[in-house]
Design a protein around this ligand. Sequence first.
Ligand SMILES: Cc1cc2nc3c(=O)[nH]c(=O)nc-3n(C[C@H](O)[C@H](O)[C@H](O)COP(=O)(O)OP(=O)(O)OC[C@H]3O[C@@H](n4cnc5c(N)ncnc54)[C@H](O)[C@@H]3O)c2cc1C
Length: 467
Amino acid sequence: MRAAARKNGVDEGGIRVVIQPGQRVFYHAVNPALESPWDVLIIGGGPAGATAAILLARQGRRVLVVEKEIFPRFHVGESLLPYNGPLFEQLGVAEALRAAGFMVKRAAQFHSGAGSPGARLTFAKGRFTEHPSAMQVQRDRFDQILLNAARTAGAEVREGCSAGACVTDADGVAVELRAADGTREPVRARFVMDASGMSTLTARAAGLKEARAGHSKVALFSHFDNVEMPTGEELGDIILLLRDQAWVWLIPLTETRTSVGLVMDRSEFDSGRGDLEGLWDRIVRETPDLARRLSAAIRVGKLHVEADYSYEVKKIVEPRLVRIGDAAGFLDPVFSSGVMLAMESAVEASAAVAQALDRGATMTRALRRYEAHLRDHLALFWRFVRVFYTRPFVELFLQPRPKWDLLSGINAVLAGRSRLPWTARWRLEVFFLLVKLQSWYPVVPRLRWSTGRPPTGRGFRPTTQAG
Ligand SMILES: Cc1cc2nc3c(=O)[nH]c(=O)nc-3n(C[C@H](O)[C@H](O)[C@H](O)COP(=O)(O)OP(=O)(O)OC[C@H]3O[C@@H](n4cnc5c(N)ncnc54)[C@H](O)[C@@H]3O)c2cc1C
């Protein structure tokens, strides 16, 4: 043993020498990471994890991001919201994203699957919507840009590296990492941010994940070339085709490539008995507007499935542990809110974690406020998700009355604005009241439900333009 190591401490080879009172000498192999913990370990390098890493590393904190996949990797969640824009500026990635040439989204179109005209919700027309456009992105490229920015900000990023169980003690959190080659490495951090997405690593382990009752949906999706999509002024619009308890997304990624997804009730998915291709073909056949748009289309990827993705997480913050993005809960993809909520939660949570680190605290009021605010925002979207699948909502949404400009409140929420002025809030409340009324008494004409899918198929026949 080197003479240099013959004192209490650690030599360059990572050998700790401990001299006991009786002068017996013990040698321990030491992992420097265990001796000098990371400030923050972030589990998952998706939009939530990368956002938190950029912000914390930029402050000079020691940040380790572990991501089990090797980027770029395919991911669902391609249509973003206008309120992502200020977050991109804050993170310093706006220029890189503009340079990537992603498709600009100015409006969302809602149509009946039966081929009738629908409503177009234009962000620029919303009186409470401050940002007129968003982007639609290939997530492999988008996520790579964000994760690279985390590296540039000074975070250490390890791809192909999975985090295992997290054990919190008085001094920090111990986590075992597993590299792609199976090598295991224990690390310690003062805080862990769980950004593991729908795998909800820590919530699942603690039994804190709970499915949202009565909302069991499945999505079947892929990428296509040559889908018939809007052009000219409407180029870039996302299209939603509404079906009975179900809907279809068409997200233009480039002028030729489109992401197409079928969202359905679990019961409809189960009726396909595992034959995904057969189920896809049947739904396309039964949805005339979709069949028309896909008539010359060529699929360029495999069919992906995501199931039972609406869940709550009972605790979002715990001492030394903060959940962000999908790891803190997921609603439903219908309003394209996932990435925005993931990034926004990461911004707020990382500010609270930074403050806790500075104070040497494990739980703070700011962390609790983060949980409360995220729950409020999720609850607002959840209210929309619940009514979206009802007929009175669709009837009012597609036949808006110009009086009071009620849809401008909805426009702001669907653009991703989280802090609404009271003038938008009362409009939302009146709208929800009208939805209730519409189920008893027709405030606007009932829509004629045309055949959509047997046996209960009820597409509907919307008519007008929405603000
Ligand atoms: C059908 C469907 C359609 C959707 N469409 C949209 C849409 O149009 N627009 C939108 O904004 N959102 C959409 N979403 C939601 C969106 O995909 C998510 O909200 C968003 O990706 C959340 O980001 P995140 O960073 O929290 O999680 P993710 O993007 O999922 O990132 C989590 C990362 O953690 C990694 N990870 C997991 N476990 C571990 C581990 N143990 N160790 C290390 N790494 C780990 C994963 O590999 C992954 O890269 C959709 C979701 C679904 C289900």
